[in-house]
Design a binder for this molecule. Sequence first.
Ligand SMILES: Cc1cc2nc3c(=O)[nH]c(=O)nc-3n(C[C@H](O)[C@H](O)[C@H](O)COP(=O)(O)OP(=O)(O)OC[C@H]3O[C@@H](n4cnc5c(N)ncnc54)[C@H](O)[C@@H]3O)c2cc1C
Length: 260
Amino acid sequence: MTQAQDQTPAIRGKFTTATITRREDIAHDLWKIWLKPEQPFMFKPGQYCTIGAGGIERPYSIVSSPDEPEIELFIELVPLPDGNLTPILYEMGVGETVTLRPRPKGIFVLQPSYKNHVLVGTVTGTVPYVSMLRKFLNDPAWPESDDVQRSDHRFFVLEGASYKHEFGYDDELGDLADKHDFIEFLPSVSRPDEEPNEGWTGATGRINTLVEDYVAEKGLAPADTCIYACGHPQMIEDVKARFADTDYHFIEERFWKEDD
Ligand SMILES: Cc1cc2nc3c(=O)[nH]c(=O)nc-3n(C[C@H](O)[C@H](O)[C@H](O)COP(=O)(O)OP(=O)(O)OC[C@H]3O[C@@H](n4cnc5c(N)ncnc54)[C@H](O)[C@@H]3O)c2cc1C
């Protein structure tokens, strides 16, 4: 054993592995990977998996629908010296393996007792919503609900990013919105005047500042509507505060803590 291997922290407990079968870089610090798990990996749309390399593990929300054979992830690099796992993952390519905890986790899942799903995310924070929409479109028996007929569900994806090239799933979400009148997609860039956003003709401003007006414009009643917020903790705090004194149901998934 080399000295480097000797110093690698061990991952304790039960884990399996998954092989990277594909990688797509969408910006210098954002990329997608597809993982083929060594064992079948069952999860609900919106849940996350825990992967590891070099003895370090982190949770990642899953982009793919549970019906797909591979696990798709969308990852943002947190550069050294702050980042721990992502600088390692960033160097990994097709054919390499990561560790995978055998079970998914998370309760940030579709709330089927509401008709309207307002899905607010920042960059990688749209990941759980893509999984939910893919599943909804793939599986006519999903979601099960005693309260809401399947045909009454409506999805409103609101995605915020600093720059337009950070929208990893805008083509897919835009296509879905064009094809289905029960899906709407509003991407917004928060730095419209900066050079990378040249030519942007869509919405502008931080996504958290647009949600309230959007919900009002669409006439979404509190009793029928769940507001979801995922990704950047400040965005989540702000959306939560905006709906705190209302009857809207609110759920969240924070990808990191502000004081970390
Ligand atoms: C439930 C859950 C789901 C997640 N899903 C995803 C996902 O789909 N895609 C994804 O890229 N990440 C996701 N994350 C974050 C992920 O788990 C890692 O924290 C992240 O990839 C950074 O890992 P790291 O080891 O390099 O840095 P860490 O050691 O985790 O973090 C180093 C520092 O950077 C901060 N930080 C972590 N992530 C970010 C970020 N994106 N931007 C700015 N600062 C950050 C941390 O708070 C800490 O201060 C998720 C986290 C949780 C809790």
